[in-house]
Ligand binder design. Structure first.
Ligand code: KG4
Ligand code: ZN
Length: 375
């Protein structure tokens, strides 16, 4: 055991397996990350253009032991040194969750340690406490942005009943999902999100404008903190179709029947400007509704989490806007934005002193409510 790094502090093992990443991490106390190991099966989905749950479950099965073992090695601890175990209980793919939970239950039973089935999405927010080794100042507004979620939360207390309230969320696509879909329409490599973000950085602001969903006075009362991105996705598809119908496109030698698969690089299609306009619309909705939530609740902390929090425009926009209204922005570094065991260890360490462990027969909950910190 490494002397002096976590002397006398509780040691939490966090295990993650909601989607395509298998993660294990060790946290001392509530804020000291001492090991973090992630294996991903993402490369296996490039040829399908989306995750295949059965492949993901098998990959978790193969990675579980190597990932946990290498986290222990990285920290220089033995299994017996662990005080408690946290595992993703949901939301996520049911088969993937089941593999992680089965492994975590086996470890907990063999070691006689308490096991907590925790909310993976709340973990995306709590992980910032490890990144900065500083506790979040509550109450806070939480912006959850991932492949499956886009929600605004009001967090007074992670562990207390009613301590997490949902202010609003997307009525259709999540922000990451919308980016992935537009990436697919444009023929960009999987996963679309980071690639659309990269292309958008080469585009010109204002060259193409797309509508903002649920914005304007009409929705200010009925949907103050909600989002809608499916209309935007349709607007992008229509815009592309209109360009493809133009005489310039139709008469071009590269306008072949199967060009849809490789749309980028075509002279009639300004991919960077399309990505820019699309990205600006999504981020404008995210930022304006988040700032409204901060103003309305009076919270002085904004914490952002989920894979989409890697988005360059969202990060720069919030970094500029938050100080102007006296709000502290907590947004994890990029390496903590995608799924990892650290987020599970972080939320487990945060709540375990105050909540009972999960029952030994608990099951994964694929659509776990965001206001529930445990399954
Ligand atoms: O939280 P996460 O790792 O998995 C879920 O729990 O859903 O989020 C993954 C999502 C994907 O949709 C991915 O395309 C998106 O986050 N994403 C991005 C960026 N990096 C990841 N979307 C936009 N811009 C990015 N830079
Ligand atoms: Zn996630």
């Amino acid at each position: 055991m490494i002397e002096g790094v976590f002397n006398g502090e509780t040691l939490t093992l966090g295990i993650e397996s909601t989607c395509d990443e298998t993660g294990a991490a060790l946290v001392a106390g509530k804020t000291k990350l001492i090991a973090n190991v992630v294996a991903t099966s993402m490369d296996q989905y490039a040829r399908y253009g989306g995750i295949i749950p059965e492949i993901a479950s098998r990959a978790h099965l193969e990675s579980f032991l190597p990932v946990v073992t290498s986290a222990l090695e990285q920290a220089g601890v033995k299994l017996e040194d662990i005080d408690r175990i946290g595992v993703s209980g949901g939301p996520g793919l049911i088969g993937s969750l089941a593999v992680g939970i089965a492994g975590a239950k086996a470890l907990a039973l063999a070691l006689h340690k308490p096991l907590y089935g925790v909310n993976h999405v709340i973990g995306h927010l709590a992980v910032d406490q490890l990144a900065s080794e500083e506790m979040l100042k509550l109450p806070a507004v939480g912006l959850v942005v991932s492949g499956g979620h886009t929600n605004l939360l009001y967090i007074e207390d992670f562990a207390a009943p009613g301590g997490i309230r949902e202010l609003g969320g997307t009525l259709d696509d999540a922000s990451g999902e919308a980016f992935d879909k537009v990436g697919r329409i444009l023929g960009l490599p999987y996963p679309g999100g980071p690639n659309v973000d990269r292309m958008s950085q080469q585009g010109t602001l204002g060259a193409i404008d797309f509508p903002r969903g649920l914005s304007g006075a009409k929705y200010a009362k009925s949907h103050p903190y909600d989002f809608s991105f499916s209309g935007l996705k349709t607007a992008v598809a229509r815009y592309i179709a209109s360009l493809e119908a133009s005489p310039e496109a139709r008469s071009h030698p590269e306008f072949t029947e199967d060009y849809q698969a490789t749309r980028q690089g075509k002279p009639w299609l300004p991919v960077a400007d399309i990505c820019k306009g699309f990205s600006e619309s999504i981020n404008d909705s995210l930022v304006s509704k988040t700032l409204k939530a901060l103003q309305d609740t009076g919270a002085k902390t904004l914490v952002v989490g989920g894979g989409y929090s890697a988005n360059s425009r969202l990060r720069s926009w919030l970094a500029e806007a938050c100080p102007e209204i006296g709000v502290t922005l907590r947004i994890p570094p990029l390496k903590f934005c995608t799924d990892n065991g650290a987020q599970i260890a972080a939320i487990t360490a945060e709540i375990a002193d105050r909540l009972e462990p999960s029952r030994p027969d608990f099951s994964p909950v694929s659509a776990l409510d965001l206001t529930r910190v445990m399954v």
